[in-house]
Write a protein of this length. Structure first.
Length: 384
């Protein structure tokens, strides 16, 4: 079984096995160096000898007209896949929109919505993913982007297609074709709806494209796309993971903010929604006893680094984690993710939803480099 197949089936076991071989291990089939220790992941996140993934070199050798070319050039504009100065300029434009106070102002009422949905789910039973996590993720994403329900329907489908392409190993033509269509739909929503309406995020990006040197309209669309994919799926995953971890907590924990905050950090540490921070070596260098050559793909493995940190964490302490990355690529959505989870988890715990999850029927969605859930059944019958 290849590492990719092993990691899709059980990423924790796959990367634990890999980590036993060393802190930096080369996987020949994928052509990648995997960095697995927390200390090296943190250090290399700030190392100038590594650059962001950008557009893979293999794309330049593809036949003209391949959908992969368009998708990869679009992805190469994303904050997570690009480097300064473009990345710094876009981050500077977006940072005020994603600061905790700005997000909190848009999430007023989220806790009440969560309690209503969770109460119904506990009473009637259903699916934690479809009936709670996705609707709440949708609400927060729409609030951040200031998108209408009709726009969110388009955006969700676009996000799913882009995530599907990103989580498919290698260069997949059918997935790329779907992603090209998704990008066109996303561009139309952003340029024809969000920008004219003048929401904070859309205005910040369109203003940056008009004023900042080096930022073009397509960079603004790409930044919007990354905000979308970096919100919908990760918020859904994080809430599911936290709910699974909350099964043993008493209902009274819902009213204890320190317990909720600790649960949030444990969930983010245990199952980061995205497992990798991909980089490319810009120069030859030595790390972890290995020789990395310029042009090599270097994967900073956040899931393995988190496991390393948990293994060193004193009993009873809240684990540190690297799920939001580090350095210039630290996730701009960190505050929004924490605020979302802190707002909705009290309802999941207080209504008894977490305790009514049927663990034997939890279904994960196969994905390489990501944690995703297909269904998480909840038994009904709780008293209202």
């Amino acid at each position: 079984m290849s590492l990719v197949e092993e990691a899709v089936a059980d990423p924790h076991t796959a990367y634990a096995r890999l980590a036993r071989e060393g802190d930096v291990v080369h996987d020949e089939p994928s052509g990648s160096w995997f960095v697995l220790s927390a200390e090296l992941v943190r250090r290399l996140s700030r190392d100038p000898r590594l650059r962001a993934r950008g557009v893979p070199a293999a794309v330049s050798e593809m036949s003209p007209g391949s959908p992969i070319i368009e998708v990869e050039h679009f992805l190469g504009r994303w904050l997570v896949f690009s480097d300064p100065p473009l990345q710094s300029r876009v981050r500077r434009a977006l940072a005020p929109c994603l600061a905790r106070p700005a997000v909190a102002a848009r999430l007023v009422g989220l806790a009440d919505v969560a309690r209503t949905l969770a109460t119904d789910l506990a009473a009637q039973g259903g699916d934690l993913v479809a009936d709670l996590a996705v609707p709440l993720s949708r609400r927060t994403t729409a609030a951040i982007l200031e998108a209408t329900p009709e726009e969110m329907s388009e955006l969700e489908e676009s996000s799913a297609a882009l995530i599907d392409y990103l989580s498919t190993p290698g260069f997949d033509e059918p997935a790329a074709a779907r992603a090209v269509h998704a990008i066109a739909r996303l561009r139309a929503v952003f340029e024809d709806g969000m920008v004219p309406r003048g929401g904070q995020v859309a205005r910040a990006l369109s203003d940056a494209a008009a004023i900042e040197a080096g930022i073009g309209p397509e960079d603004a669309v790409a930044a919007c796309a990354q905000l979308l994919t970096g919100a919908m799926e990760p918020l859904t995953t994080a809430l599911v993971v936290a709910s699974l971890l909350a099964q043993a907590l008493p209902a009274a924990a819902a009213d204890d903010p320190p317990t909720i905050r600790a649960l949030v950090e444990e969930a983010l540490s245990t199952e980061p929604p995205f497992h990798f921070a991909p980089r490319v070596a810009a120069a030859d260098f030595e790390v972890g006893g290995q020789s990395v050559s310029a042009g090599d793909r270097v994967v900073l493995n956040l899931l393995a680094a988190n496991a390393d940190l948990r293994g060193r964490c004193p009993a009873g302490a809240v684990p540190d984690h690297l799920s939001f990355g580090s350095g210039t690529h630290f996730c701009l959505g960190a505050a929004a993710t924490r605020l979302h989870l802190e707002s909705v988890l009290p309802a999941v715990i207080g209504t008894g939803v977490a305790r009514r999850i049927d663990l034997s029927e939890v279904g994960r969605r196969p994905a390489f480099g990501a944690t995703a859930f297909a269904h998480v059944p909840v038994r009904g019958g709780a008293a209202r």
